[in-house]
Design a protein around this ligand. Structure first.
Ligand SMILES: [Zn+2]
Length: 208
């Protein structure tokens, strides 16, 4: 079954000059999502008066301009890769949509840049949601990038900060904790798996 989903900008007149928009062109492309494959029919519109082209924002939220695989594939494969700790080849097989092991690996690498950027963009929202927090700090090893240090609030389960580090050294942990302190203040409690480097870094950053 070939499902078609239509996309167009949600406006009918030009926000700049108020003129009526006319169809600019029709673009059809195959998009593979985690659950299904569909044909995206995108109809950008053009201002009749000044020629400005308006594209659908919705489609750019769903899939990157030159990618066949929808953004949810990146999200799902990154959860399997970094949270469940599975290999790229296993994930490729499991997704059942023809994606290659290499592509899964590339999406995982892209995700390590994109997700922190989304996190930073939403920092004010996060700050306003976190008042009192209990800090939990953990390191996750990654075969390609050595180590990702994750600082989480136990109460809300929000990730406060995550950073790629070369190792779980005292200095690295301290600099990660300093970022958290600057943004969220002192925690009301600290938990960790109690490795000595983490404990001493936490004591120095949050004395008392
Ligand atoms: Zn216009």
């Amino acid at each position: 079954m070939n499902m078609e989903i239509a996309f167009s900008p949600g406006i009918t007149t030009c926000p700049k000059c108020g003129s009526k928009l006319v169809l600019y062109k029709t673009e059809r492309r195959i998009v593979k999502s985690t659950g299904y494959t569909f044909t995206a029919v995108h109809r950008p519109m053009m201002c009749r008066h000044d020629g400005t082209v308006f594209r659908s924002e919705r489609i750019s939220e769903i899939v990157s301009p030159h990618c066949t695989y929808a953004n949810d594939v990146m999200l799902e494969s990154s959860v399997m890769r970094y949270i469940e700790g599975r290999s790229s080849s296993e994930i490729a097989l499991d997704l059942h949509n023809g994606i290659s092991e290499r592509h899964v690996r590339n999406l995982g690498i892209m995700a390590l840049d994109i997700f922190p950027a989304i996190h930073e963009d939403n920092m004010e929202k996060l700050k306003s949601a976190v008042h009192s927090y209990i800090l939990q700090i953990d390191g996750t090893t990654d075969s390609e990038f050595s180590m990702i240090v994750v600082v989480r609030d136990v109460l809300s389960d929000f990730v406060l900060h995550a950073e790629r580090c070369s190792s779980e050294s005292h200095e690295n942990i301290k600099s990660v904790l300093q970022v958290v302190k600057n943004r969220f203040g002192d925690p009301s409690g600290i938990t960790s798996d109690m490795r000595s480097g983490i404990i001493s870094a936490a004591r120095e950053t949050f004395p008392g």
